[in-house]
Design a protein around this ligand. Structure first.
Ligand code: ADP
Ligand code: MG
Length: 430
């Protein structure tokens, strides 16, 4: 391979690798082009890298692949991102001086105008139209700068070098825009998956909850009827009223916790008392537990994690629901918190259900892995793993067929609500 092509490809590597590295390192926060600010910063860094590492050819002209990050950042980020990127380019480019700066300015102004008028329309295009548009624009701007160089300054450009430069840049853009479209779509798809799993859990629990709420209504109605029809001694009246109030309170608690869980809430990080989150989650699954004849024991104390309350509850509810479903003929579910040492604490959720084979434990968390046929989604544990990972925790699963399952979740202690940065690895083993 000729050395100039090698140099160009190295330049292309700079342009492509930076956004990709960011994508994989900070997937959650970066969210591909979905996080505009961060994407603009990455594109600006990419521009700085390529402008400082130009490829010098035999015709004495310095080439670099700046059009890729500029177009990518501008088309997805809009006019403000475009202005930031163009300013970055012109600032960095001015270090080098030469005639190129004037050309860079002309091309930049044209880019800004195009972005200003066509940006919104671009975002509404489908994937292939976006890739095509980005490719065509890159082709035009890179050819444009070469033509300007020739006609404004009468540079003697080598046609074969020009062709290589335009080709590498244009093909680079095709690859890059396609890659980013796919990566961003995957992120959205996964989020959609998590949402749909939650909706499934919500609808599964709904029937047991309506059953559980109807029961206290029947009890309360019975007592009111008694009070209405008979002369009841005052002491008895008080007993009836007390039972009625307790029943109503219980139903109220179930409904309130269920609705908070079911509500689609935006992700919000806060310092959460895990014991309270567990209690709310238990309230939501309690009707299901009663339906299956499962008794729930809890040993909780105050410990904090930083995360989103709805997500933490979804994680606990998914685990509890699995445990209850594994005890179709009743059993006990123990939820115990332990202080492991000065820095870590654990939550143990142990059931006396069907348990899992070694193979099943290994596959736990795999999307769509379910042994419940059409009744299962096979997404519950995937969501659990994902949320625990986001909370910097780890989960360990112990299970024995026909004996039961124990899930042990370990978290770093969070003193006075400060975030502990200790990262624990996730490991699943039997
Ligand atoms: P789903 O509950 O929809 O099947 P999950 O991802 O929640 O999907 O669980 C996947 C599978 O893992 C279940 O189908 C079940 O076979 C197994 N499993 C999970 N938790 C338990 C448990 N506590 N006891 C027995 N099996 C379990
Ligand atoms: Mg499940």
């Amino acid at each position: 391979m000729p050395s100039d092509i090698k140099d160009l490809l190295l330049n292309l590597f700079f342009v492509i690798s930076l956004p990709l590295i960011f994508h994989f390192l900070f997937e959650k926060r970066f969210r591909g082009i979905a996080n505009k600010q961060l994407f603009t910063v990455v594109c600006a860094l990419s521009i700085i890298t390529v402008v400082f590492n130009p490829v010098e050819f035999d015709d004495g002209i310095m080439y670099d692949l700046r059009q890729i990050p500029i177009w990518l950042g501008s088309l997805y980020g809009g006019p403000i991102s475009s202005a930031i990127l163009i300013t970055t380019l012109l600032l960095v480019r001015s270090f080098f001086g030469g005639d190129g700066i004037v050309i860079a300015m002309i091309i930049s102004v044209l880019q800004l105008v195009i972005v200003f008028f066509f940006w919104r329309r671009f975002l509404n295009l489908n994937t292939s139209q976006k890739v095509l548009t980005a490719t065509a624009l890159t082709f035009m701007s890179s050819t444009g700068s070469i033509l300007l160089l020739k006609f404004l300054y009468d540079y003697d450009t080598d046609i074969s070098i020009t062709v290589k430069y335009v080709l590498v840049q244009t093909i680079g853009m095709t690859v890059m825009s396609y890659l980013f479209e796919t990566l961003t779509q995957n992120i959205y798809l996964r989020e959609e998956l998590l949402r749909s799993e939650k909706m499934k859990v919500v609808s599964h629990l709904a029937s047991s909850i309506s059953h559980e709420v109807r029961n206290p209504l029947t009890v309360v109605r019975g007592f009111i009827q008694l009070l209405y029809q008979e002369e009841v001694p005052w002491a008895k009246q008080r007993d009836y009223l007390k039972v009625s109030m307790d029943e109503i309170d219980r139903a109220d608690k179930i409904i309130r916790d269920y609705l908070t869980f079911a509500k689609p809430a935006p992700e919000q990080s806060a310092c959460l008392n895990l014991a309270t989150e567990i209690e709310h989650s238990v309230n939501v699954v309690m009707p299901l537990a009663n339906l299956h004849g499962v008794s729930i024991n809890m040993k909780l104390f105050t410990e904090y994690v930083v995360g989103d309350s709805a997500q933490v509850q979804q994680c606990i509810i998914n685990i509890l629901k699995n445990s209850i479903e594994a005890m179709a003929n009743g059993g006990t579910l123990d939820i115990t918190m332990n202080r492991l040492n000065l820095y870590h604490f654990q939550i143990e959720i142990a059931d006396t259900g069907t348990g899992m084979s070694e193979e099943q434990v290994r596959r736990l968390g795999e999307p769509y892995f379910t042994t419940k046929g059409v009744k299962g989604t096979g997404l519950g544990m995937m969501v659990v793993f994902r949320i625990i990972e986001a909370l910097n925790g780890s989960i360990h699963v112990e299970s024995e067929l026909n004996k039961g399952t124990k899930m042990i979740i370990t978290f770093s202690k969070n003193y006075a609500g400060s975030i502990s940065h200790e990262q624990l690895t996730k490991h699943v083993q039997i």
